[in-house]
Write a protein that binds this ligand. Structure first.
Ligand code: VGL
Ligand code: ZN
Length: 211
């Protein structure tokens, strides 16, 4: 066992490192592929490894194309609150929904899919955007005795942020490894995310600080 191996109470949570969020993809995040080598290295330091996968049916309600006269990145009111509309992305079974081919996805213990209900989006790995419907990840982590989460992936200001906020609120000690994330950053969303995460007790570290 490596000397810098985390205990089995710690989990690495890799958020949405999928083709559509990487350069060339339908909802590309700038530099999204730059984090993959670092994430691959981290798999060797964690005994609990979870990947999330954004996994939408075609015609999903978060797609601008599902709404008349709406364009990507506009915001609409859904029954559960405001919802940003996105280009069609991560359609179930598509190449865009697949993990980036360089990600060591075979190393994962669990792949948790989210956003598969047509009427509600799911940014967080724990709850859908109604903040009520669970994905099941909390139960998985608790039954494995996990208490501390280390989060990396895409995008810092959307799925990473909402996953980390829910994790902290559920009582997990939660750290975002900032240099192994990349942001969409629309209308100041990254600065807003950092402020909210700080106020909810989520910690920020960089990969060199944890190795
Ligand atoms: C994400 C927008 C839409 C993400 C997923 O992974 O951050 N963002 N779906
Ligand atoms: Zn999505």
């Amino acid at each position: 066992m490596e000397s810098n191996m985390h205990p089995e109470t710690h989990a690495l949570i890799v958020i949405d490192v999928q083709n559509d969020f990487c350069p060339g993809g339908a909802l590309a995040v700038a530099g999204g592929d730059e984090i993959i080598t670092g994430i691959n290295g981290l798999f060797d330091n964690f005994q609990v490894k979870v990947l999330t996968q954004d996994w939408h049916p075609s015609g999903h309600s978060s797609f601008a194309s599902s709404h008349a006269d709406k364009a990507p990145f506009q915001v609409i009111d859904m029954p559960y609150g405001p919802q940003v509309l996105w280009p069609d992305h991560c359609v179930q079974g598509s190449q865009g929904a697949a993990f980036h081919p360089e990600l060591r996805s075979d190393a994962a213990d669990l792949v948790i899919r989210k956003g598969f209900r047509s009427a509600v989006d799911s940014y967080s790995a724990f709850f859908e955007n109604d903040h009520k419907t669970p994905t099941g990840l909390e139960g998985y982590l608790r039954t494995r005795g996990v208490t501390d989460l280390w989060m990396v992936g895409l995008a810092t200001d959307f799925c990473v942020q909402y996953s980390a906020l829910d994790a902290a609120r559920l009582g997990f000690s939660t750290t975002i490894i900032t240099d192994l994330c990349r942001a969409i950053d629309m209308d100041g969303s990254l600065a807003q995310a950092k402020a909210t995460l700080n106020s909810e007790g989520v910690q920020f570290l960089t990969q060199p600080q944890i190795l």
